[in-house]
Design a protein around this ligand. Structure first.
Ligand SMILES: Cc1cc2nc3c(=O)[nH]c(=O)nc-3n(C[C@H](O)[C@H](O)[C@H](O)COP(=O)(O)OP(=O)(O)OC[C@H]3O[C@@H](n4cnc5c(N)ncnc54)[C@H](O)[C@@H]3O)c2cc1C
Length: 575
C-alpha cells in the first residue's frame, strides 16, 4: 500500500460516484426544481442553498413567505449521505475545489498551498464536511457580542437556538446532568461516537491529567470526550435533509438548482431589489419584495458582494466596479488551523470491515487549557484512532493535502500499529487571510490568501501547545500503550528534536486546515448586529462569513444556531 496507489483508488471511486450523482437517486427527498422566469417576484430570495441558506429559507417558507433558493449545485447524492464515504468528497462532483495562493511555506510538506474546499450541492458544506458537531465555549460568543456590539449574541442566549436545531439520539447523555443542554426535537440529528476502542484512550488522557467528560459541549467544559456527529441512524444530517425535506411540498418554498447567482441588483436608493443568475446559459433576473439574503459561504458571499459593488473601494475601482458601499469585505478571513501530529502505539492495527454508516476512524475531541484554573481552552485536539491504513493515506494526502512522501513516511514509521492521529487547533488565532476578486467574471474562483501564521504570535502559541500536548507520551497509561510520536517529516531534521525551532518548523510544514473558514463579512464591520449589510438596504448575509472569529473546534452547529437566530430576526423585522 502506498499513497500514490491510494490516490488513484480515490480518483476511480470518485468517478463512479459522480456518475451515480447524475442519477439523482435521492431527488425524491427534496423539493422539486421550480420553474423560474425572468421578472418573477418572491418575498425573499436566498442566494445559496447551503448550511445556513436551507435553515433560513425553510423558516421563511414556514412563516408563509414566498421564498426562492438559488443554488449553484445539485441535490446531495449517496456519497454525501453515507458518513463512511466522506473521504471521497474533497475535490469531488459536489465541491467547488477552491485552492489558495502560495503562502511561501505550506508547500514545503503539501502538494499545494491549500485545498479550501466547499460544498457545491444543496446542503452546502454541511453535506461534504467531517460531521463533527460541537458548540465551542462561552468566550467564542462573547467575541461575537464584542464584534457586533450586541450582547444578545452571547452564549446563554444562543443556547435556545442550539437546542431548537438539535435532535440528540444519545440516551446516555440525555439521561445525564448534561441532558438539559441538548435538544431532542430539532432538525439536525446528532449521535455520539460510541466505539469501545475509544475507552482506553480516554483512560489514558485521564491518566495524563486531562478531565474526561461524558459530554464535551453542553456546558462548554474543558476536557476530553468522544465526538458528537451530525449523523442520525447511520446517515449524515445536513440542513437540506434536516430542514427542507420535512417541508418539501410547502408551496412557499421554491428552489432553482444549477443556478449561479452573478449579481445582486440595487435601485437608486441602495436597496437590494433582485438577483441576477445564470441557469443553463440563460440569464434570469428575479425580484425580491422584502429582502435578498446572501448565504453563499465565506468565499462566494464576499465575491458576490464585491461583484455587486460592496467591498473595499480601491479594490472595486481597480476592477472598474461602481462602489455602492465601501466595506472591508473579504478582509478578515479566519480559520482554525494547526499541525497534524501522528503517534503509533504497540497495538496491532486491526481494521473493522468497512461500514458506510459510520466514520472510518473514531474521534475523541479534547479541549485543553494551559492554565488549569482557566475555564476556556487554549487549544482543541481532534484525535482519530486509526486502524485502517488506506483511510490514513486518504486523510493524509487527500484531505489534508500532505505530500505523498510525507504520508508514505508516516505509514512506514507506524509499522502497521494502531495510530493516534491528532490535529491540534489554536482556538484564538490572530492571523488573518484575505478573499479578493480575481476578475469581474462571477464564474472565476476568487483569490484566497490563507494568511496562516501571518501573525507570529500564532506560531509561538502553537509551539507551546504542541510541547504541552506531546507530554502525553510520558504518562504511564500512554506509556503502557507504547505511544510514540512519529517524526512525520525529515524537513526539520536540522533542528534538535523537541526544541522550539524543531516545533516551529514542524508546525509550519505539517499545518492542517480544518476548513472552518469564517469572518469574511463579519458582524460589526460588514454586517450589523442584525446581519444587515452596512450602507445598503434589504440585504443580509447569513453564513459563515458573518461569524467574526473561529468557534473552538467546529462551525457547523454554531452556524445552524446563527441561521436559526437570523431567521427570527428577519421574520420579526418583516417590512
Ligand atoms: C471538507 C470540509 C470538512 C468540514 N468539517 C467540518 C466538521 O467536521 N465540523 C464542522 O463543524 N464544520 C466542518 N466544516 C465546516 C462547515 O461545514 C462549514 O463551515 C459550513 O457548513 C459553512 O456553511 P455556509 O452556509 O457558510 O456555506 P455553505 O454550506 O458552503 O453554503 C454555501 C452554498 O452556496 C452555494 N453557492 C455559492 N455561491 C453561489 C452562487 N454564486 N450562486 C448560487 N449558489 C451559490 C454553494 O453551492 C453552497 O451550497 C467542514 C467544511 C468542509 C468543506
Amino acid at each position: 500500500m502506498n499513497t500514490t496507489a491510494q490516490l488513484a483508488q480515490i480518483a476511480n471511486v470518485q468517478s463512479a460516484f459522480s456518475v451515480l450523482a447524475m442519477l439523482n437517486m435521492y431527488g425524491y427527498l427534496y423539493p422539486e426544481d421550480a420553474k423560474v422566469s425572468d421578472g418573477d417576484t418572491y418575498d425573499y430570495i436566498v442566494i445559496g442553498g447551503g448550511t445556513a441558506g436551507c435553515v433560513v429559507a425553510a423558516r421563511l417558507a414556514e412563516a408563509n413567505f414566498k421564498t426562492l433558493i438559488i443554488e449553484a449545485g445539485p441535490n446531495p447524492s449517496i456519497d454525501n449521505n453515507l458518513p463512511g464515504l466522506v473521504t471521497y468528497l474533497i475535490n469531488s462532483h459536489s465541491t467547488w475545489n477552491f485552492t489558495t495562493l502560495d503562502d511561501g511555506f505550506t508547500e514545503k510538506c503539501h502538494q499545494q498551498a491549500g485545498v479550501y474546499d466547499r460544498g457545491y450541492v444543496l446542503g452546502g458544506s454541511g453535506a461534504v464536511d467531517y460531521m463533527i458537531y460541537s458548540r465551542g465555549n462561552p468566550r467564542d460568543y462573547e467575541r461575537f457580542s464584542i464584534a457586533s456590539n450586541d450582547p444578545s449574541w452571547n452564549w446563554t442566549n444562543m443556547q435556545k437556538y442550539f437546542k431548537k436545531s438539535e435532535k440528540l439520539y444519545d440516551t446516555r447523555v440525555l439521561k445525564s446532568r448534561y441532558g438539559k443542554y441538548h435538544g431532542t426535537e430539532g432538525n439536525i440529528g446528532v449521535t455520539k461516537e460510541n466505539r469501545s476502542v475509544c475507552d482506553e484512550y480516554l483512560e489514558a488522557y485521564k491518566n495524563a491529567g486531562e478531565p474526561v467528560v461524558l459530554d464535551g459541549i453542553g456546558a462548554g467544559i474543558l476536557g476530553y470526550s468522544t465526538a458528537l456527529y451530525h449523523i442520525a441512524e447511520g446517515v449524515r444530517t445536513e440542513t437540506a435533509t434536516g430542514y427542507l425535506t420535512p417541508i418539501k411540498d410547502n408551496p412557499n418554498l421554491h428552489i432553482t438548482r444549477g443556478s449561479m447567482a452573478t449579481k445582486i441588483i440595487f435601485d437608486d436608493n441602495k436597496t437590494a431589489v433582485g438577483v441576477e443568475f445564470v441557469k443553463n446559459g440563460q440569464t434570469i433576473t428575479v425580484k425580491a419584495r422584502k429582502e435578498v439574503i446572501l448565504t453563499a459561504g465565506p468565499f462566494k458571499s464576499p465575491q458576490l458582494l464585491m461583484l455587486s459593488g460592496i467591498g473595499p473601494k480601491d479594490d472595486l475601482e481597480g476592477m472598474n466596479i461602481d462602489v455602492i458601499s465601501n466595506l472591508p469585505v473579504g478582509r478578515n478571513l479566519q480559520n482554525s488551523i494547526g499541525p497534524m501530529m501522528c503517534f503509533k502505539t504497540n497495538r496491532e492495527a486491526n481494521p473493522e470491515p468497512f461500514d458506510a454508516h459510520q466514520l472510518v476512524a473514531p474521534m475523541i475531541i479534547g479541549n485543553t487549557a494551559l492554565n488549569k484554573s482557566s475555564h476556556h481552552p487554549d487549544y482543541v485536539t481532534v484525535n482519530f484512532i486509526v486502524d485502517d491504513y488506506s483511510y490514513f493515506l486518504s486523510f493524509c494526502a487527500f484531505t489534508i493535502g500532505l505530500e505523498n512522501s510525507v504520508c508514505d513516511r508516516i505509514y512506514s514509521l507506524a509499522d502497521n500499529k494502531q495510530m493516534l492521529l491528532t490535529v491540534l487547533l489554536n482556538v484564538i488565532p490572530k492571523s488573518q487571510g484575505v478573499v479578493k476578486l480575481r476578475s469581474t467574471d462571477p464564474f472565476d474562483q476568487p483569490q484566497i490568501f490563507n494568511g496562516y501564521y501571518s501573525n507570529d504570535e500564532d506560531l509561538d502559541a502553537v509551539v507551546e501547545y504542541m510541547k504541552d500536548y506531546v507530554r502525553i507520551e510520558g504518562f504511564s497509561k500512554f506509556q503502557s500503550m507504547g505511544l510514540e510520536f512519529l517524526k512525520a517529516t525529515d524537513k526539520c531534521d536540522q533542528f534538535e528534536f523537541g526544541s522550539t525551532e524543531y516545533w516551529r518548523c514542524y508546525a509550519l510544514c505539517m499545518v492542517a486546515s480544518t476548513i472552518f473558514h469564517c469572518g469574511t463579512c463579519p458582524m460589526g464591520t460588514v454586517v450589523d448586529n442584525q446581519l444587515n449589510v452596512i450602507g445598503v438596504h434589504r440585504l443580509r448575509v447569513v453564513d459563515a462569513s458573518v461569524i467574526p472569529n473561529p468557534v473552538s473546534g467546529s462551525i457547523f452547529a454554531p452556524l445552524v444556531a446563527v441561521a436559526e437566530r437570523a431567521s427570527d430576526l428577519i421574520i420579526k423585522s418583516t417590512h
